[in-house]
Design a protein around this ligand. Structure first.
Ligand code: ZN
Length: 183
């Protein structure tokens, strides 16, 4: 039932990137604002991910329109969301831009204020947790016969049994207490 619907578009904030979302792994195209990109400068791994994803055309670094930015600032003020960073505001504005272009982007953020803003602007959003459960793991392949593990699919070289797979949690799933609630 593969329908040829338009690929999903995501807007990521830095909490999404830092929390482990790799744009190259998402099914669809991701967007980040220039300020979000700048916020990740001290993290070489994320920088590398960004570079790769841009090269693979999975990620676009894009400046939001001034109009959307103003709209978002105004809304934030009305909501009393005063601790949002300039990068947060750009991120939400980017979402608005995409929406106005006819897309239904999903904003991915771990920040309640950003989510709150999205809610009031009728932008779709997803928290890292929701994404985390669905996507923030890698598959690990293992042999049900002898227990050998492998990173790729195939047949066990030891005993010839076809591998099965299971999700292997990555350290990225460790979240800042949002899902656990109690630590
Ligand atoms: Zn085996």
């Amino acid at each position: 039932m593969e329908s040829r619907k338009r690929a999903e578009k995501y807007v990521l904030d830095s909490s999404a990137l830092i929390g482990g979302i790799n744009p190259a792994d998402l099914r669809g195209e991701s967007y980040i604002s220039p300020l979000v990109e700048r916020e990740t400068h001290r993290n070489p791994m994320i920088q590398a991910r960004i570079r790769c994803a841009v090269e693979e055309r999975k990620l676009v670094i894009r400046q939001p329109s001034r109009r959307s930015l103003e709209k978002v600032k105004e809304k934030a003020q009305k909501l009393g969301e005063t601790i949002l960073s300039a990068a947060d505001l750009e991120t939400v504005a980017l979402g608005l831009d995409l929406k106005e272009e006819g897309d239904e982007p999903i904003l991915i953020s771990d920040d309640y204020s950003v989510e709150n803003l999205c809610e009031s602007l009728k932008l779709r959003y997803d928290s890292l947790i929701t994404m985390g459960i669905g996507r923030l793991f890698k598959w690990i392949y293992y042999c049900p016969g002898c227990g050998v593990e492998s990173l790729s699919h195939g047949i066990c070289r030891v005993c010839g049994t076809p591998f099965k797979r299971k999700p292997k949690p990555t350290r990225e799933i460790r979240h800042r207490g949002k899902i656990m609630g109690r630590e």
